[in-house]
Design a protein around this ligand. Structure first.
Ligand code: FA5
Length: 344
């Protein structure tokens, strides 16, 4: 076996020295190092040797294999260089051809849409306030008028961390409390902010629902803010976002942190209100939850609800992109499929 190995080594090196093109190179690799190659078979044959010879032979066989692999890599480089030189000489490569363009990447549709949001809301007097993704249970629920064990907690399936009382925010609403406390100067200043960010829910992923998605929250606090201000503001946003000809409607709803609470629908962008698959034949598409801020929440933010009032809203960004561009499956956003992402 040792002699066979030595002979195979020599023969392989000699043959490799004569190889001058890629085809012959591939054939050589198959013959010596392939699955059924000479050297591979020899290595495999170690089991047939007497026990005391196996270790020595195994070691030597590996050395030969490694040496041949190295020699192959060297030859491969040489053959490639020679082939390129030959092609250039024969004019098979046209060096005057323009180079292949390299993709430069682009912005994610959520990012471009968020930027669209910022521009529209900035024109309407709202500044961006950033709030954290990892929240306390107190901010995410309790201070928003959702005490422990309150049945409304079921509205938000929560990712808990290993630290008790610390969760991934299920919505951007905890930013209501943070913005009031940070910007309100102990409940003495009016505020008008939007709070964009990623939210996380322990939900069954489906065509409509992801476990992470962006929301944009809005908060306006002042001394004479009424329901009409909320309706006018949201309707104006929808007109700027989806087109001036689109109708908007408000439906009564329930959120523990607003009273009264509403959901906002915009006329279906696909069928213009006639009814289609996208709007489930209702003619309307939901774009936001909103309402007048609950007195308890205002108080938790440092404001006296007898003097101050405000409104808040929360919009789902990816669902809104779905509506705008007729995207049928929310899972595309984090699927990293370039065929989808490159369309934006
Ligand atoms: C809320 O999260 C409230 N915090 C909104 C709010 C804010 C109401 C301020 C009143 C005042 P809701 O759970 O409905 O509400 O979510 C708001 C929006 O987030 C939905 O309309 C939807 O567009 C989006 N959304 C909710 N869950 C998902 C999900 N799993 N995947 C993608 N988008 C979602």
């Amino acid at each position: 076996m040792q002699e066979k190995l030595g002979a195979a080594h020599l023969e392989a090196l000699q043959e490799l020295g004569a190889v001058s093109d890629s085809e012959a190179l591939r054939a050589w690799e198959l013959k010596y190092l392939g699955k059924k190659g000479v050297v591979t078979e020899l290595v495999r044959g170690v089991g047939a040797l007497p026990k005391e010879e196996r270790a020595e032979f195994g070691k030597r066989a590996n050395e030969v294999k490694q040496a041949l692999e190295l020699a192959y890599a060297d030859r491969e480089q040489l053959v490639k260089d020679q082939e390129l030189a030959r092609d250039l000489e024969q004019g098979e490569i046209d060096v005057t051809l323009p180079g292949r363009p390299r993709g430069i990447g682009g912005l994610h549709p959520s990012t471009t849409t968020l930027r669209e949001f910022y521009a529209i809301w900035a024109e309407m007097g709202f500044q961006v306030f950033r709030s954290r993704d990892v929240e306390t249970d107190e901010m995410n629920f309790e201070l928003l008028n959702i005490p422990a064990h309150h049945p409304a907690r079921d509205m938000w399936d929560t990712f808990h961390t290993t630290t008790p009382g610390v969760v991934l925010r299920t919505h951007t609403s905890p930013g209501q409390i943070r913005s009031m406390r940070e910007l309100g100067e102990n409940g003495t200043q009016p505020i008008r902010v939007i709070l964009p960010g990623m939210c996380y829910r322990y939900e069954q992923v489906s065509v409509r629902s992801e476990i992470q998605f962006h929301q944009v929250e809005g908060v306006a606090i002042g001394k004479h803010i009424h329901l009409t201000d909320l309706k006018g503001t949201i309707a104006e946003f929808a007109r700027r976002m989806f087109g001036a000809d689109k109708d908007v409607r408000f439906r009564s709803s329930y959120f523990p942190f607003t009273e009264p609470s509403m959901e906002v629908d915009v006329e279906c962008l696909l069928c213009g209100g006639k009814g289609c698959q996208m709007c489930k034949y209702s003619g309307w598409l939901e774009i936001a939850g909103c309402g007048m801020m609950h007195p308890v929440v205002l108080q938790n933010g440092g404001y006296d609800p007898r003097e101050w009032s405000g409104f808040a809203f929360g919009m789902g960004v990816e669902r809104m992109i779905n509506l705008k561009y007729g995207v049928k499956d929310i899972r595309y956003y984090w699927g990293n499929d370039l065929r989808f992402l490159e369309q934006f």
